[in-house]
Design a protein around this ligand. Structure first.
Ligand SMILES: Cc1cc2nc3c(=O)[nH]c(=O)nc-3n(C[C@H](O)[C@H](O)[C@H](O)COP(=O)(O)OP(=O)(O)OC[C@H]3O[C@@H](n4cnc5c(N)ncnc54)[C@H](O)[C@@H]3O)c2cc1C
Length: 484
């Protein structure tokens, strides 16, 4: 049956809308939230039947599984504000206080590494030589160049051991990227900025800490009761945002009062006039929409590569695992040659993720390191993960639940001169006034970065509109209508 919000005629017929946001993943939802907070009238068109894009929580046999983001690592005041003002504070699921470290695989065994950066030095991971090299970081002169890769930057500042044992697995795991090809400035903007500002990353972190300012270290990690879907559903239900699911934007044309967007969905074709448009869709989708308007931007967007990821969820009776599971999970450096990039101990991190007496382990396969893993059958993906986890975690029984989720274009890769590419796109965008790009191929892929990025976008849009007269427009929220 067609959901009520698809049948409603009321949602997007209002003329003279301030902003149309295209794409209802966290980038678009966060942009829309900040835009309505600026007092602007906002509609959001999402092609799928539900909000959230990659973010999706499923209840599978009593286990709460996440298809993409599972943890919100917050080090930005924008996140704190959005969570508080949307009333989500009451629904936060904080990371279990007992989880104080994560593990890294080193010579086929798990070595604990504290979550806090300060504790990294004390880890048993480092050789005497490697530890000395870490300590010397403040004395390393500034250097680097615009196209410096993550591997070059980290080796130059901290030495090869930190790259291979800690930074490479971080870039290959959560970012699904390749440190030998990823741009240091685009991938590690906070660390490279600390070097530019203070001449040393370690010194910069210390000075920020002493001044009580935010650094690259998360101040809190959390999810929500009901999983990350709680966040995206809350943002899609905000009354100041006219959220419409099941409507794919297929055309954008300049118009005297801004832009005319055309969308298609189950209810047929629709069009809407908006003063400004924010495109919060992945780069290939943005390229298709922009190709008729500016072929150069479309080509630049098409040049952004994406990594595939398979997410393998395994549920076990807790008694079948001998490891204490007393951490966030583990990351696997490339040199360990394991077939998975990382494993999140989801039920150790947050309560309510597995039935009583059971554990949920979430593994990530693929990424830039082994993109072909996406093509593996469910059976092969599950048996490969099991064979890897058994010796590391002392697993002695078959899983009670197994499920595989796949993303062909999971995460954008900030390869080469990524910032130069974005600057070239922005320069061309000036020829298309009123069009903005806000998605995870710029300014970070994490949910934290996407929420902060949404605010920056909203401020840019509001600044432009402040110079132009506006008509007040009431754009009812279709998700709210659907649920009424
Ligand atoms: C496996 C995995 C694990 C992750 N884990 C974490 C984590 O633990 N913590 C964290 O912070 N981050 C994590 N991330 C990153 C984070 O989840 C993503 O970067 C983020 O969700 C991407 O959001 P987005 O809105 O930019 O893109 P998307 O989620 O891709 O949203 C884009 C939306 O645009 C819509 N769309 C496309 N074309 C059109 C069109 N023409 N018209 C209308 N709509 C359109 C799509 O349907 C989609 O809903 C993870 C990512 C993955 C893949």
């Amino acid at each position: 049956m067609t959901p009520a919000f698809l049948r409603s005629d009321r949602c997007d017929d209002a003329a003279d809308l301030d902003v149309l946001v295209v794409g209802g993943g966290i980038s678009g939802l966060a942009s829309a939230w900040w835009l309505q907070r600026e007092g602007l009238s906002v509609a959001l068109w999402e092609s799928e039947a539900r909000p959230g894009g990659k973010i999706r929580t499923d209840l599978v046999g009593g286990y709460l599984t996440e298809q993409a983001a599972a943890v919100l690592m917050n080090f930005r005041p924008e996140v704190t504000q959005l969570v508080a003002e949307t009333g989500l504070d009451a629904h936060k699921a904080p990371r279990d206080a007992a989880v104080k470290h994560r593990y890294l695989v080193d010579r086929q065994r798990l070595v604990p590494v504290p979550m806090a950066m300060g504790g990294l030095l004390g880890s048993s991971l480092w050789s005497a030589r490697g530890r000395l090299r870490l300590l010397l970081e403040p004395f390393v002169g500034c250097g680097g160049h615009d196209a410096e890769t993550v591997s070059e930057f980290v080796t130059r500042r901290f030495g090869r051991e930190l790259l291979e044992k800690a930074m490479e697995p971080f870039v290959s795991g959560p970012l699904a990227s390749d440190p030998d090809r990823a741009s240091a400035r685009a991938t590690l903007p906070r660390l490279t900025a600390l070097e530019r500002r203070y001449g040393s990353v370690a010194l910069g972190v210390l000075l920020h800490k002493l001044a009580g300012r935010r650094t690259a270290c998360p101040t809190e990690s959390f999810s929500f009761a009901g999983g990350m879907t709680t966040l995206v559903r809350a943002l899609a239900s905000v009354t100041g945002v006219g959220f419409r699911a099941g409507l794919r934007t297929v055309g954008l044309e300049p118009h005297t009062s801004g832009w005319r967007a055309t969308g298609t969905g189950a209810g047929g074709e629709r069009s809407i006039l908006a003063r400004q448009v924010v495109l919060s869709v992945p780069a290939p989708a943005a390229a298709s929409l922009l190709a008729p308007l500016d072929g150069t931007i479309a080509e630049l967007l098409k040049g952004i590569a994406y990594a595939p990821i398979s997410v393998v969820h395994l549920g076990f009776a807790r008694a079948a695992i001998s490891h204490a599971l007393d951490g966030a999970g583990f990351l696997a450096p490339r040199r360990e040659r394991l077939p998975l990039n990382g494993n999140l101990w989801t039920s150790s991190m947050f309560g309510g993720r597995a039935p009583a007496g059971h554990a949920l382990l979430t593994s990530y396969l693929g990424g830039a390191r082994q993109p072909h893993a996406l093509d593996w059958s469910d059976e092969r993906a599950i048996s490969t993960v099991l064979a890897t986890l058994e010796p590391l975690l002392g697993i002695g029984g078959a899983p009670a639940m197994a499920r595989v989720d796949r993303h062909g274009e999971a995460l954008p890769l900030y390869y080469g001169d990524h910032l130069g590419r974005l600057a070239a796109i922005d320069a061309r965008l000036e020829r298309l006034p009123g069009l903005h790009l806000a998605a995870n191929y710029r300014d970070g892929v994490s949910v934290c970065d996407r929420i902060a990025g949404g605010r920056a976008t909203a401020r840019r849009v509001a600044a432009v509109l402040a110079h132009r007269p506006r008509a007040a427009v009431d754009v009812p929220n279709c998700l709210v209508l659907a649920e009424a």
